[in-house]
Design a binder for this molecule. Structure first.
Ligand SMILES: NC(=O)c1ccc[n+]([C@@H]2O[C@H](COP(=O)([O-])OP(=O)(O)OC[C@H]3O[C@@H](n4cnc5c(N)ncnc54)[C@H](OP(=O)(O)O)[C@@H]3O)[C@@H](O)[C@H]2O)c1
Length: 348
């Protein structure tokens, strides 16, 4: 199963809106005879690649798979048919597929055809690997990561000029992360102060990256550099009801933006629902602190990343850093910066 989880990582950033899946076929005498990973939505499923590689050696073998094999006719044939056809004797999986079109149906089909089924092996690792997919299916919203860079003295930036807090090594890691998520979001003041491009420049990205700007009053203008980067993916401007009909909104549309009017009350959950409907499974909220706090207060943060930098600002806008009390925190050093991360365990 560890090998299957390792293989599944090959699809990180490219399988959305599908889950990442890895599979390994092990013969009855303990030899790996086939393996595979789901690499891209619409491409072959991991089980099928592994079974094809195993050929006749799959007869009587065990299939290890990070996710329950599918039993519905999507873009490809159901995997469970292939598993039975190949003569697999036993299927071991980590995670039941939460997709209501599967949800135990794959296991039931396999058992009905005489295949032994075990599930829950390396469950925590598999759930973490597919956290975005599971959140999107179960909660009908993207998996949300709050990313905060903080100065040594607790500031996020200045309100009148763009300041650089992070160094090259952590920037590269964060661009790799941008290359893997479906969307990133910022608040309007960050666009006005920093004029960012919001692209994955220091890493290779295969798919368009959705950029979301929360701008209730419609203060961002078409002159923002963001609108020069539409080749990298769509820009969604989330504006308030009043701003949606304004001439500024029309100018943003003409500049290539998608303008979405959000309800004035509770705009964040509405925005997340809208993004989920557009197949956004993972959202990285990059700042600034006003947006960080609003998203935190909406109770929709799944993961927190704090980059503790060595820079001192002495004055500016205070960073919003949620408490990590009770969480299992990991720390990685990148040059002068330290990346502190934890999952927010929900009780709802
Ligand atoms: N250190 C970091 O990690 C980091 C990252 C990014 C930016 N920054 C820095 O942060 C500073 C800007 O931060 P900021 O806190 O002033 O502004 P911000 O979070 O970038 O943007 C705040 C604006 O977002 C809009 N907004 C839209 N929907 C909202 C909602 N539901 N709740 C709250 N606000 C909503 C509000 O304008 P409306 O009322 O018009 O909607 C609000 O004024 C800049 O200096 C920038 O350089 C730091």
């Amino acid at each position: 199963m560890e090998r299957a989880l390792f293989l599944a990582e090959r699809g990180r950033g490219t399988t959305s809106p599908n889950p990442m899946v890895g599979a390994v076929v092990v013969s009855s005498d303990g030899i790996v005879v086939g393996q595979g990973a789901h690499r891209v939505a619409g491409g072959p499923h991991a089980e099928v690649i592994a079974l094809d590689a195993a050929g006749p050696r799959a007869r009587g073998a065990t299939l290890y798979c990070t996710l329950e094999p599918c039993c519905h006719r999507g873009r490809t044939l159901p995997c469970v048919d292939r598993v039975v056809e190949a003569g697999i004797a036993r299927v071991v999986t980590a995670l039941e597929d939460p997709n209501p079109r599967v949800a135990g149906g794959g296991f039931a089909f396999l058992r009905a055809h005489g295949v032994r089924v075990e599930t829950g092996v390396e469950l925590a690792a598999a759930a973490r690997q597919n956290a975005a997919f599971v959140t999107w299916i179960v909660r009908r919203r993207p998996h949300v990561t709050l990313k905060v860079a903080v100065s040594r003295d607790g500031f996020a930036g200045r309100d009148d000029e763009s300041v650089k807090l992070t160094g090259g090594p952590v920037d590269r890691a964060m661009h790799r992360q941008r290359a893997a998520v479906d969307a990133i979001a910022v608040g309007s003041t960050s666009v006005l102060v920093d004029d960012p491009q919001l692209t994955a420049r220091l890493a290779y990205r295969q798919r368009p990256l959705v950029r979301v700007v929360f701008d209730r009053r419609g203060r961002v203008t078409p002159a923002a550099r963001l609108f020069e980067t539409l080749n990298d993916g769509p820009v969604i401007m989330c504006v308030g009801q009043a701003a949606a009909g304004s001439a500024r909104a029309e100018a943003l549309r003409n500049a290539g933006a998608t303008v979405i009017a959000l309800p004035d009350a509770d705009p964040i959950p509405a925005a997340l629902r809208m993004l989920a409907e557009r197949d956004v499974l993972s959202l990285l909220v990059e700042g600034g602190p006003t947006l960080h706090r609003a998203v935190w207060d909406a109770g929709v943060v799944d993961r927190v990343q704090v980059i503790e930098t060595a820079v001192a600002l002495e004055s500016g806008i205070r960073a919003f850093v949620p408490s990590a009390a009770g969480a299992s925190v990991t720390r990685h050093r990148y040059g002068a910066d330290e990346l502190v991360e934890w999952d927010v365990h929900r009780t709802d």
